[in-house]
Design a protein around this ligand. Structure first.
Ligand SMILES: Nc1ncnc2c1ncn2[C@@H]1O[C@H](COP(=O)(O)OP(=O)(O)O)[C@@H](O)[C@H]1O
Ligand SMILES: [Mg+2]
Length: 280
């Protein structure tokens, strides 16, 4: 019997699919841990489990609770060391850069004037993003120096985290991006996300269709997964003129729109991986 700690904030469609899959496995007993409904004594193991699957909606909650389990010797998927890298777009970009994996250029700045110099240096359009965030929220495609001034001023008024200015090269992609699902280091499926909007997240109306895992796509996804430490990952890529370029990596991905689209039973593959890791 394997006891799986299921760490979550809310039961989204994905969590329900995963729980259903766990319930279908006779060798699994699931212990649900809601990250918001209890406190955690850091000197104690929060629950008697063999492995934890982290599905928190909040990046920071997921990280804290994962570290508590890990400090008591319980493995977490994804490990906090992987979640840390994926959860912060700067860290992801820095790793990709260091490993020579194609990725859009990034300039970092920490003051309004420096940020404006950075957007001028990047050229327009360019993209300003919060380093921690998802679902395409609070992203800005900045079209001009004047617009950069306004966006930077607005961001600075939003609070501390918005004074970290992550300025990214804008990639003129063909009305879509690619999301590839990786388990361990193996790409198992991918979708195109198409939209009229430059932001193609399915949470923002992007439409999913199957994307073939060509050898090139497979290879860049493997390299990226390896660089991040492997696990249950979703890699966002753009088709640039020169080939694929990796935008970001997600560590608690949504996949509801990708199961029928790709014909791959993503939750079943995730559960298989959790069991495999628990048996190690
Ligand atoms: N540099 C960029 N060039 C072109 N499109 C971008 C760029 N950055 C983001 N996008 C679009 O916005 C979407 C959301 O950006 P992303 O960096 O993945 O943030 P989030 O974590 O909110 O998903 C991407 O899927 C893509 O469609
Ligand atoms: Mg994304």
């Amino acid at each position: 019997m394997i006891r799986v700690g299921f760490l979550y904030s809310r039961l989204r469609v994905e969590e329900k699919l995963l729980l259903k899959e766990f319930e279908a496995r006779p060798e699994i007993e699931v212990v649900r841990i809601n990250d918001g409904k209890q406190y955690f004594d850091i000197s104690k193991l929060p629950a008697d489990v063999d492995v934890v699957l982290e599905r928190s909606i909040s990046n920071s909650r997921g990280l804290y609770v994962s570290r508590i389990f890990e400090s008591h010797g319980i493995p977490v998927l994804n490990p906090s060391a992987v979640a840390e890298k994926c959860g912060d777009k700067y860290i992801t970009s820095q790793i990709l850069e260091q490993k020579n994996i194609p990725t859009p250029r990034v300039l970092m700045a920490f003051d309004l004037d420096a940020a404006l110099s950075a957007t001028d240096a990047m050229g327009y359009p360019c993209v300003l993003k919060p380093v921690v965030g998802s679902w395409g929220r609070l992203l800005a495609r900045v079209e001009s120096h004047e617009m950069a001034e306004a966006v930077i001023e607005h961001k600075a008024s939003l609070g501390v985290s918005h004074k970290v200015f992550y300025v990214q090269e804008y990639i003129n992609k063909p009305g879509r991006d690619i999301r590839a699902f990786v388990i361990g280091e193996e790409p198992i499926a991918a979708i195109y996300r198409s939209s009229e909007n430059w932001i193609t997240n399915t949470a923002r109306g992007g439409v999913a269709t199957n994307c073939p895992l060509t050898p090139e796509l497979d290879e860049i996804c493997r390299q990226t997964a390896r660089a991040m430490g492997g696990g249950l990952l979703a890699i966002d890529l753009f088709e640039a003129k020169e080939g694929f370029t990796v935008n970001e990596v997600n560590h608690t991905m949504e996949f509801r729109n990708s199961i029928e689209t790709t014909g791959v039973d993503i939750p079943a593959r995730m559960v298989d991986f959790v069991i495999k890791e628990a048996r190690k």
